[in-house]
Design a protein around this ligand. Structure first.
Ligand SMILES: Nc1ncnc2c1ncn2[C@@H]1O[C@H](COP(=O)(O)OP(=O)(O)OP(=O)(O)O)[C@@H](O)[C@H]1O
Length: 281
């Protein structure tokens, strides 16, 4: 677990993150929020790559003030702008990281296999695609079986197949690890254990995705012509997808059915994000 107590972090005189009391426990926590809401700042603080101006973050091992090397040895971190050693090969990088982290070098081979990087494990990292480099960054974070895994947009550059594979691996690790994942693409994370919404640097929701989806607005979907909207002006439209023949698939939020041709569908975590972040309730 990681506990935040009266934590705040300012940049240029402005508070950018403020968390009074927050307990992050084993499982995968999805961290959501608008651009600039403080997600990367929080992850940097949790990773001990930066420190709060006030308050305290403590880990199962204790406080970073007394136990920094031990805590760091239990952390795996992938920042959003991760840069790997371009001149090394994936295999050399991971073996080297095993030495630094005191991990069994067998882990390097196992992770390269799991992340489908065995074919390129002797190529220069600089020649690998961004998706491969991103997978390698996650591999290095997983070395040493971290107790805390902090990932900033880990699915960046990955195709849909790789996204599924990586999320599956992360869900498996979440059974015994505190994982915090900052993401903008929410549909990938429906199985998250917890969701933490940062609104202008403050936790505005922390709970299960089931609870997150319980909003007072209901979600309605229908396939109707592009000019159909006039009849249900008050409702909020989220998505209009062309279906062909001039029809659109409308996804609408409202307390009541917007009209003929609509049926109620389940609220996804993305729907709830749209409703809550735009304060539609
Ligand atoms: N090193 C820094 N110096 C000055 N301001 C900073 C610094 N790091 C972050 N900030 C500011 O703090 C705020 C929060 O930034 P942060 O990167 O944590 O947001 P974010 O939620 O991760 O955004 P995004 O979704 O765009 O990645 C922003 O206003 C940002 O400009």
């Amino acid at each position: 677990m990681i506990r935040l107590h009266r934590v705040s972090r300012s940049y240029e005189g402005q508070i950018r993150l403020q968390a009074d009391d927050l307990l992050l426990s084993t499982g995968l926590t999805l961290l959501v929020g608008r651009n600039g809401s403080g997600k990367s700042t929080l992850l940097r603080l949790l990773a001990t790559a930066d420190f709060p101006d006030a308050g305290e973050i403590s880990y199962r091992e204790g406080s970073p003030r007394e136990q920094l090397p031990l805590i760091r040895s239990r952390i795996g971190y992938v920042p959003s702008d991760v840069e790997l050693h371009e001149d090394m090969t994936p295999l050399r990088l991971l073996k080297y990281m095993c030495l630094l982290k005191g991990a069994d070098p067998v882990q390097a081979d196992r992770l390269l296999g799991e992340f489908e990087l065995l074919d390129v494990n002797r190529k220069r990292i600089g020649t690998l695609s961004q998706g491969m480099q991103q997978r390698l960054a996650i591999c290095q974070a997983l070395l040493g079986s971290p107790r805390y895994l902090l990932l900033d947009e880990p699915l960046n550059y990955l195709d849909s197949f790789q996204r599924k594979a990586v999320t599956r691996i992360l869900y498996r690790h979440a059974r015994s690890c505190v994982i915090v994942v900052a993401a903008h693409e929410l549909s990938e994370w429906n199985e998250a254990d917890q969701l933490l919404w940062l609104d202008e640097g403050r936790p505005a929701f922390y709970g299960t995705p089931q609870l997150w989806r319980q909003t007072t607005l209901r979600v309605w979907q229908g396939i109707l012509p592009a000019d159909a909207r006039t009849s249900w002006k008050e409702a909020y439209v989220m998505v209009k997808k062309p279906i062909g023949n001039n029809d659109l698939q409308w996804r609408v939020f409202g307390r009541d059915c917007p009209g003929p041709g609509f049926e109620e569908v389940g609220t996804t975590i993305e729907d709830a994000y749209f409703i809550r972040s735009r304060r539609l309730e």
